[in-house]
Write a protein that binds this ligand. Sequence first.
Ligand code: NAP
Length: 259
Amino acid sequence: MAELYRRLDVAAGKVLLVTGGSRGIGAATARLAARHGWTVAVNYSAQSLAADEVVRAIRAGGGTAISVRADVADEAQVLRMFEHVDAKLGRLTGLVNNAGVVDRAQPLAEHSLARWRRMFDINVIGTLLCAREAVRRMSTAQGGAGGSIVNLSSAAARLGAPNEYVDYAAAKAAIDALTIGLAKEVGGQGIRVNAVRPGLIDTDIHASGGRPDRVRELQAGVPIGRGGTADEVAEAIVWLLSEQASYTTMSLMDVSGAR
Ligand code: NAP
């Protein structure tokens, strides 16, 4: 019976790739999307156990998921990842470009070129590569069935992240511009493209930038008085992916508690 459901999901065309789906916002999105009937490919770069746990949870809930390792900044790995998803799950109709990184909180005068390269390679080039591969599969002009792309931007794109990571803010502003341009470019090819701009969300990303308590330290400055959860961001992403958002494209949706 489980196999039957898997086939029906593929037949229904709800095949989703979530980059960085092993932890944080990506993991919450993968789990919620599966509950909404998506067959999900959970991408990760290093933490295979975390990715496997997301897949296990989805399968335990009756859904279908696979994990797939790829560094989104590496073109050859991205191409292999999409081919793997094609072969295992069928033609992609949803992409959440979620994989992203910050770095240590530092003023720009202390940044290195290596830091900037990593910041832009993962956050911008990774998003471009995955968007390109998704468009090649989804575009009705190329034999596809259409689809929906959701890019993870950040409130930093409009706040600028001074003294923390203006490079990250600049990379996320690039995601906003990409979302606007691509939405116009592929709007006539059955593909919607939107971005979600989370504010201060309680995930591992802050520890990875050397500030594990960042949400607790800054949450008093959020107008609604608290940080957000990965699940709260996932709700917006999964709605944007869905048919309920059929006339919503090119939107930059703030999920930030008014930050
Ligand atoms: P997180 O908890 O640090 O998780 C990051 C995820 O991205 C992990 O699954 C990680 O995989 C994956 N990843 C990192 N580098 C990768 C690469 N090169 N290739 C493939 N996967 C990679 O991050 P998060 O807080 O959930 O953030 C998710 C997205 O939301 C990011 O784009 C971030 O910029 C954005 N965002 C977050 C916040 C926030 O406050 N949390 C606010 C605004 C925007 P592994 O598990 O294998 O390491």
